[in-house]
Design a binder for this molecule. Structure first.
Ligand code: DWN
Ligand code: SAH
Ligand code: ZN
Length: 410
């Protein structure tokens, strides 16, 4: 049942109704050593919807320095599919918005340089913002120019003074991470050249609801965008939604393009997605109520399956120690007794325990040594890439457990 939280919308101050409470959760990207379990930070993971601007947002905000710091473990370049996606993105920006001599590209959430290295190699002026200093250092080694400050209005003013206006501000999987979006949009408006564009891509609420992908909900994902909510938000800050494009990555995203109001004619795709959202009821409260019921069913089915496998004496491991999986393990109460370990390529996660659930993280080489009977696919958004390299698992009789869109064994 929707309960008023007493807090207003982070975007417009309008009334928000709480739609889903997933309980107490640890930081999704904080992988403790066995000696650090007493220091874990927990917060309440709950989703609310604004009745006025329709923006779906978290009820509680985790202070940004707790999430994004020197030891932030996520490295964008560890997926071959994502490397190809961002190389293509860099090339596309170079060929469209960055063609004028002296063009300038700013990226928020540059991470290990996965996108900007293409821009840097082309000799085009750029600046990446990446407050997580460990991954920022990896970007520098790729020849990318990086600032380790958090992008917001004040830092945007600093860039404008030092480097001049930006032709492109780009961000992937970052804008939805910024509760202080008002400050970010004031900064973007200030920094953008008169004909510049602010291009950002994030998980799409329409896909999250359609797939019951409740694991997209965690501390770092503060906002859950639609064309409706992005258009309404942009308009409050003198910006206009002029293009949208659906992307297949990370389980379904939308790339939004904003421009200064009145400078570009919105594409037909904008009207089309707005119409589709209306028809499917994606922006309404009812869709979130249905989603809440789907999520409860998935938990029930997954826990029932894992308990029955344990009773049959089958071994179960997991694949991909994703930030998303912190929501799955902690909401469903999965610990090492149900999922023995999780394999992951990220050096900074290996040898640690998963947040809250304390499942040991092992390198991928451990997966075949020996194979478990079942593998729970936490990195379901990278299924094609993982299936292609782990063909030996099924050949040896192993079975994958999926939980998006519903629980199934294949
Ligand atoms: O939004 C965010 C996205 C972009 O990245 C951040 N807030 C945090 C992070 O979320 P995530 O951890 O859920 O992202 P991924 O890309 O689903 O994580 C995949 C995990 O699986 C990584 O830890 C790497 C690992 N992996 C692996 O072990 N073998 C990935 C691939 C492709 C593999 O083959
Ligand atoms: N763009 C990459 C990384 C996404 S993870 C990709 O799509 O794979 C989100 C990143 O945003 C993290 O690396 C985090 O450190 C960074 N970040 C968080 N707050 C930020 C801010 N205010 N400005 C710029 N980057 C920020
Ligand atoms: Zn609002």
């Amino acid at each position: 049942m929707a309960v008023a939280t007493g807090h207003g919308c982070r975007i417009c101050g309008g009334p928000v109704a709480e739609m889903l409470d997933l309980g107490r959760h640890p930081l999704s990207d904080a992988f403790p050593r066995p000696t650090e379990l007493a220091d874990e930070f927990f917060y309440r993971l709950a989703l609310a919807r604004c009745a006025d601007c329709t923006m779906v947002q978290l009820v509680e905000e985790v202070p940004r320095e707790r999430m994004f710091h020197h030891d932030y473990p996520y490295r964008s370049s560890l997926s071959a599919v994502m490397r190809a996606h961002f190389t293509a993105t860099g090339r596309e920006l170079l060929g469209t918005e960055l063609t004028r001599p002296g063009a300038f590209c700013v990226e928020l959430g540059a991470n290990d340089g996965v996108m900007l290295r293409t821009v840097a190699k082309a000799g085009v002026r750029h600046l990446g913002f990446e407050p997580s200093a460990g991954v920022a250092e990896l970007a520098r080694r790729q020849g990318v120019r990086v600032s380790t400050t958090f992008f917001e209005e004040e830092t945007a003013a600093g860039v404008l003074a030092a480097d001049g206006p930006a032709d492109v501000i780009y961000a992937a999987n970052t804008v939805c991470h910024l509760p202080y979006l008002d400050s970010v949009l004031r900064g973007a408006r200030l920094l953008l050249a008169p004909d510049g564009v602010f291009v950002f891509e994030d998980p799409y609420l329409g896909d999250i609801l359609a797939k019951a992908a409740f694991d997209q909900i965690y501390d770092e994902h503060f906002y859950y965008f639609t064309a409706h909510s992005v258009r309404a938000t942009a308009a409050r800050f003198g910006l206009e939604l002029v293009d949208v494009r659906r992307l297949p990555v990370h389980g379904g995203e939308v790339r939004y393009t904003l421009a200064h109001t009145g400078r570009r004619t919105p594409s037909a795709a904008v009207a089309e997605l707005l119409r589709e959202e209306q028809e499917r009821g994606v922006t309404g409260a009812e869709a979130l109520r249905r989603f809440a019921a789907d999520v409860a069913r998935t938990r029930q089915d997954l826990v029932t399956l894992l308990r029955s496998l344990r009773e049959q004496g089958r071994t179960v491991a997991a694949y991909g120690a994703t930030a998303k999986s912190a929501t799955v393990t902690n909401y469903c109460g999965l610990g090492p007794e149900l999922v023995a370990y999780v394999c992951d390529t990220t050096p900074a996660k290996q040898g640690r325990l998963t947040p809250g659930a304390h499942i040991p993280v092992r390198p991928p080489a451990a997966f075949a040594d020996p194979y478990p009977d079942y593998a729970l696919l936490f990195a379901w958004n990278h299924a094609d890439e993982i299936m292609a390299k782990e063909t030996g698992f099924r050949a040896a009789g192993g079975r994958w457990i999926h939980y998006v869109p519903t629980v199934c064994v294949r």
